[in-house]
Design a protein around this ligand. Structure first.
Ligand code: NAP
Ligand code: G4F
Length: 375
């Protein structure tokens, strides 16, 4: 109910509703767009950080920026960058958020081997910049801070499944940078009594997933092959295992983590794991092109359409360039703490539902590029 105040002439009138204010870094990314939708639906004023680019760089937010979107007037984008401390101070000073979701990062593991220093700056030191900007603007006792930590921290895993107590063993410049961010958050919680927490999120996907992460690369290729726009999909390690959930479900957890009395770190995962190979099989089958594998596992293995119009066509090949200098072979999270303490349901979207949603969306987008705006 809106509160009611007296106007100077004595008549009662509705006072403006005190809305909570949130700031999202990485709002232009997959998770940022879902989180912005969630917070707007909950009544927040949402400020998002966008980077300067030479071309249009926020297609995932197109629908929210449309004035016809129900809460469009409560959504604001600001230019800033995690490696520009002054820009972070300015945005905090101007927006005074009560909740900050730090999702911004160079988030691609393989790319981090080519851009190690930049990845360290954006995904590691960027976290420290944000924490220091909070202190510099005097918000450290009022703001709640969420850090997008990652299951990549477990790397060469020391236990199966992985939970909040499992030791870390990062395997890429990305994971090393995220390790710095993880400990920065813990350190600022202990040193300054800040409400700052890490969400250790396992892989989460959606039709909005970046196109060079393996799931989206697969579903996009499946659609293009189905429509005769692509011949073959080239992949790397088919036997890597991941615990894949839906990004829409995972942003709910981010919010829940900031609604607690005390800040704690949580593993967010489905509790199930499967291979890249299995994901590809499910995706091709969904599009009516079931595949069988031929040849020995390794560089010469192929995926061939087993039945239907394209029967006999080779649609998957292995290319060494997609192998990583150090691989994370298996990730499987134990979401018990999130289930118990946050009341979160790790099984809301099954892997099969996720695959189907992604393939169906990519089939629609391959046929009509304007369909992108729906996803
Ligand atoms: P994403 O789609 O790659 O989005 C990354 C976001 O970070 C984009 O908005 C990007 O902006 C922004 N960004 C990159 N460098 C930046 C910088 N220097 N300053 C400010 N912003 C910057 O990633 P996502 O999948 O949504 O993931 C969100 C966060 O969760 C990331 O921190 C990621 O590392 C982490 N995470 C993801 C997963 C997962 O499976 N998706 C799992 C665990 C953790 P541009 O659009 O301008 O590039
Ligand atoms: O989809 P991916 O690139 O995701 P990866 O490396 O697991 O990282 C993602 O999840 C992390 C959470 O665990 C996040 F922190 C991170 O930001 C990112 O969102 O690769 C998944 C697996 C890997 O084992 C990779 O070697 O798929 C394997 N793979 C096989 N062929 C491939 C390919 N990966 C990509 N990107 N492209 C391939 O052709």
């Amino acid at each position: 109910m809106p509160s009611v105040a007296s106007s100077p002439n004595g008549a009662s009138e509705a006072a403006p509703v005190e809305r909570r204010v949130a700031l999202i870094t990485g709002v232009t990314g997959q998770d940022g767009s879902y989180l912005a939708e969630l917070l707007l639906a909950k009544g927040y004023v949402v400020h998002g950080l966008k980077r300067r680019a030479s071309s249009y760089n926020h297609p995932r937010l197109e629908h929210i920026l449309d004035q016809k979107y129900p809460n469009s007037e409560r959504f604001h984008l600001h230019y800033a960058d995690l490696i520009d401390f002054g820009s972070l101070c300015a945005i905090l000073r101007d927006t005074k958020p009560q909740e900050i979701y730090n999702l911004g990062a160079q988030s691609h593991v393989q790319v981090s081997f080519q851009l190690p220093q930049y990845t360290a700056e954006a995904s590691g030191v960027g976290v420290m910049n944000m924490l220091e900007a909070i202190r510099a603007t005097g918000l450290e006792q009022t703001v709640k801070f969420y850090q997008a930590s990652t299951s990549e921290l477990y790397g060469k895993v020391h236990a199966i499944p992985q939970d909040e107590e499992t030791p870390f063993h990062p395997r890429s410049p990305y994971a090393v940078a995220k390790l710095y961010g993880f400990w920065a958050v813990k350190n600022y919680r202990e040193a300054y009594d800040m409400y700052a927490c890490n969400g250790i999120l396992f892989n989460h996907e959606s039709p909005r997933r970046g196109e060079i992460f393996v799931t989206r690369k697969i579903t996009k290729a499946v659609a293009a092959i189905k429509l005769g726009k692509q011949e073959c999909l080239y992949l790397g390690n088919l036997d890597a295992k991941r615990d894949w959930g839906h990004a829409r479900d995972y942003v709910e957890c981010m919010w829940l983590m900031l609604q607690q009395d005390t800040a704690e770190d949580f593993v967010i995962a489905t509790g199930e794991t499967t291979t890249v190979r299995d994901f590809a099989e499910r995706a091709f089958a969904r599009a009516g092109m079931p595949i069988r594998w031929e040849g020995k596992p390794g560089l010469t293995e192929t995926g061939v359409v087993a039945e239907g119009e394209l029967a006999g066509k080779t649609v998957v090949r292995v290319n060494a360039k997609y192998f990583r200098p150090a691989e994370v072979e298996l990730l499987l999270g134990d979401p018990s703490k999130a289930r118990t303490k946050l009341g979160w349901n790790p099984q809301k979207t099954s892997l099969q539902q996720l695959v189907e949603e992604m393939v169906d969306a990519d089939l629609e987008m391959a046929a009509d590029p304007n369909a992108y705006l729906k996803y």
